[in-house]
Write a protein that binds this ligand. Structure first.
Ligand code: F6R
Length: 610
């Protein structure tokens, strides 16, 4: 994962790099560092821990300069300590490099370089890059040739930015597999792993393609391809606003993003459902091209997006009558799936950069399957590698635990399924209109749920010391149970497991004691009575019951120790509401336990390693 930034321009480089790194902290926060070139000399500062630690080091040991590179790390090779923190340098400290990705042949390169007399200081794969460049310079090559030759030696996925002490006006870069963008401001230039890092100073940007490399000056971008030919590059306006990137008065991004869901849903519904009730999918995905001769769908995704895929399967099968499978990207890519006939693939991803999902897309394409993706970043690798994509329109999601992107995925999967069902003449106009009327009420229903957030904040105090949680749901809310458990464990570090209610008695019920709270997701619907049986079973074993139920259901309230109502709605819409109290539960329990919900340990938002 990791985030990289580069800056060259009139401003003090340390402050620009720190802002950029803070915006990229969602990509990893094990350690951070900067390299600044000033009067022909490289100055390196790095520190273990979050950007704040680097910031305080820079206060004590300031650096001066107008060009530099920075890095925030999610450790892959080597422990998260100061030595392994980036930037890495060659032994003469003439070249400094920040890198995102994995150099797979680093071991061979390191040993080859050691035989040439190079001394390595860190355990990282990255350190081979400055040494390779320095070796090429030693061999009499120009810096451009040295960078180009180095790229040719690397295998794996990477993007990097590089400073050379003999080049006071240029920052070099290369991309192959990990994201990298160029940002252009007024008399200043940026490199970054993601656009938010350069907002609001840069007004325009260019997204590098794999295999591209080159350098930036304060006014210019020079890009080349693998054949060393100059590549034309059109800059595009940056649409992200600085206001989208702050906490807006909330204590954490996660809480802000939970509360953004009603407004987000309203925006999506307005955009996707026309006043005449016609669905609007102007993307290529809406063309009949993808739908003609569709006999089977495979959804591939990871984590929370996988849970959305599980609900999506139910929407797609219900409205399109197309058999749909859901696979974890990390399994799909290796299992050599049988994919004959008219199978199509749907990839779901908030970031659009998840390495396993990208690999799944390549696997699908190798089998000549067409891929439609649902992504929150239309400029991401997944959007660009798919045959068509649907923009989730959730806006930037910064909290590491996904919340609003999940409900954006659910609503889009639902609307897309009814859209396809309509094209196939499987859902009638009236049925759709009835559903859409209820969908239009969803934002208000969400607001109603969120108004009662304080109830859950109070409950959270009772679970400060809890060691294990179980989440149960069936049918539409089986994925909700998995999602509730994932949210809780990733940000509060409490062990939590989600199960299908019917499966619970086949083993997991052995976990139940009076110390294991059981969250039962039991809105009204076809399997409501079955969920009641689950509640009875766990109550008989003295577990504390936390239930999510439909307003007015007194029976469940009387059976529960903690009960949270959601408004009455169709069962198939309930996952968009039942997940909200579970997001809040995870958030408030994490805060109660003194955890940092926006930056949970060992995690990063964009999982760009395999
Ligand atoms: C959990 C979470 C992760 C992501 C997963 C896939 O809260 O955020 O499980 O859902 O890493 O990421 P995307 O959707 O970006 O492909």
């Amino acid at each position: 994962m990791c985030g990289i930034v580069g800056y060259i321009g009139p401003k003090s480089v340390d402050s620009v790099l720190l802002v950029g790194l803070t915006r990229l902290e969602y990509r990893g926060y094990d350690s951070a560092g900067v390299a600044v070139l000033d009067k022909g000399e490289l100055h390196i500062r790095k520190e273990k821990g979050k950007i704040k630690a680097l910031e305080s080091m820079l206060r004590d040991h300031p650096v001066e300069g107008r060009m530099g590179i920075g890095h925030t790390r999610w450790a892959t090779h080597g422990e998260a300590n100061r030595t392994n923190a980036h930037p890495h340098v060659d032994e003469k400290k003439r070249i400094a490099v920040v890198h995102n990705g994995i150099i797979e042949n680093h071991y061979e390169l390191r040993h080859e370089l050691m035989r040439e007399g190079h001394v390595f200081h860190s355990e990282t794969d990255t350190e081979v890059i400055p040494h390779l460049v320095e070796q090429a310079l030693r061999d009499g090559k120009s810096i451009e040739d040295a960078v180009f030759d180095t790229i040719k030696r690397l295998t794996g996925r990477y993007s990097f930015a590089l400073l050379h002490d003999g080049d006071p006006d240029r920052i070099f870069f290369a991309r192959d597999g990990s994201p990298l963008i160029y940002g252009k401001g007024a008399g200043e230039s940026f490199l970054a792993s993601d656009v938010p890092a350069v907002v609001p100073l840069a007004r325009e940007h260019y997204i590098f393609e794999n295999g591209q490399w080159g350098w930036i000056t304060k006014d210019e971008l020079h890009v080349f391809n693998e054949e060393r030919e100059a590549v034309p590059h059109d800059l595009k306006k940056i649409e992200v606003k600085a206001a989208d990137l702050d906490k807006g008065g909330y204590e954490h991004f996660m809480l802000k993003e939970i509360f953004e869901q009603p407004g987000m849903l309203r925006r999506i519904i307005q955009h996707r459902i026309g006043d005449n009730g016609k669905l609007n999918f102007p993307e290529k995905a809406g063309s009949n091209d993808f739908l003609i001769r569709l006999s089977r769908l495979i959804i591939t995704s990871a984590g929370t997006s996988w849970h959305a895929g599980m609900v999506g399967k139910m929407y797609l099968e219900r409205f399109t009558k197309v058999a749909t499978e859901v696979d974890l990207s990390s399994e799909f890519r290796y299992r050599n799936p049988v994919a004959e006939g008219d199978t199509k693939v749907i990839a779901i991803s908030q970031s659009g950069e998840t390495a396993d999902t990208i690999a799944g897309i390549y696997e699908a394409k190798a089998k000549f399957l067409r891929v439609l993706s649902f992504v929150n970043n239309p400029e991401s690798t997944i959007a660009r590698e798919s045959d068509a994509f649907i923009n989730l329109m959730a806006g930037p999601e910064i909290g590491v635990a996904s919340t609003k992107a999940y409900t954006a995925q659910l609503i889009h999967l639902l609307l897309y399924a009814t859209f396809v069902g309509g094209i196939k003449w499987l859902t009638g106009k009236e049925e759709r209109q009835e559903l859409f009327e209820e969908v239009r009420r969803l934002p208000e229903m969400m607001e109603h749920v969120l108004e009662r957030a304080d109830v859950i904040k109070e409950w959270a105090k009772d679970f400060r010391e809890t060691k294990d949680f179980v989440f149960l749901g069936r049918s539409w809310n089986h994925p909700t149970a998995l999602e509730g458990a994932l949210k809780l464990k990733e940000i509060s570090y409490i062990h939590a497991s989600g199960y299908a209610g019917g499966e619970f008695k086949h083993g997991p019920i052995a976990l139940i004691t009076d110390e294991v709270p059981v969250v039962c997701i039991a809105p009204q619907g076809d399997i409501y009575e079955k969920m009641l049986s689950n509640i009875e079973e766990v109550r008989a074993r003295k577990a504390k019951i936390i239930s999510i139920y439909t307003e007015g259901d007194e029976k469940i309230q009387s059976m529960s120790d903690y009960a949270f109502p959601i408004p009455k709605c169709s069962e198939l819409l309930s996952p968009l509401l039942t997940v909200l109290p579970l997001q809040l539960l995870a958030y408030y329990v994490a805060v109660e336990r003194g955890c940092e919900p926006d930056q949970p340990r060992n995690l990063a938002k964009s999982v760009t390693v395999e």
